[in-house]
Design a protein around this ligand. Structure first.
Ligand code: DQA
Length: 143
């Protein structure tokens, strides 16, 4: 059985009660279930990790080199998470960057991701559906 890493960064553990007008009402548990549903037909399981600290996110990546791929919402670490970027650069499998909100329709400090150039794909602005679509993208791209 293969595993997919679902990694969520700072402030995403409080989804459902975090600015629902921006991030929606789905909780992280709802999202984890949705991703698990998407990958189950492929025989994959989800390893779900959420951390508010960059170091813990890096640790999760370093201990997941045997996963088939990853879905990463780095939260605000997209903006200047250089250590997270370096960790993802050494992650040997495809990974998708997801943002619930359309970051380009928001404040200008959210307009650049230091991680996105390394991602296999980026999905923004589609809410929780974005995670399902990222899971589908991994299912269809991973050999
Ligand atoms: C986010 C967008 C980021 O700018 C923000 O800091 C988050 C959530 C999103 O999913 O829309 O924490 O990554």
């Amino acid at each position: 059985m293969s595993d997919v890493l679902l990694l969520n960064g700072p402030n995403l553990g409080i989804l459902g009660r975090r600015e629902p007008e921006i991030y929606g009402t789905d909780t992280l548990a709802d999202i984890e279930r949705a991703v698990a549903e998407e990958v189950a037909p492929r025989g994959w399981r989800v390893i779900a990790r959420q951390h508010d600290c960059e170091g813990a996110l890096i640790g999760a990546i370093q201990s997941s080199y045997d996963t088939v791929g990853a879905i990463v919402n780095p939260g605000a670490l997209m903006i200047a998470g250089w250590s997270l970027r370096d960790a993802l650069a050494n992650y040997p499998r495809p990974w998708m960057e997801v943002h619930l909100s359309n970051v380009w329709a928001r404040e200008s400090f959210r307009h650049e991701s230091v991680l996105a150039p390394l991602a296999s794909g980026v999905i923004v602005g589609l809410g929780a559906l974005g995670y399902r679509l990222a899971a589908r993208a991994l299912v269809s791209t991973v050999a």
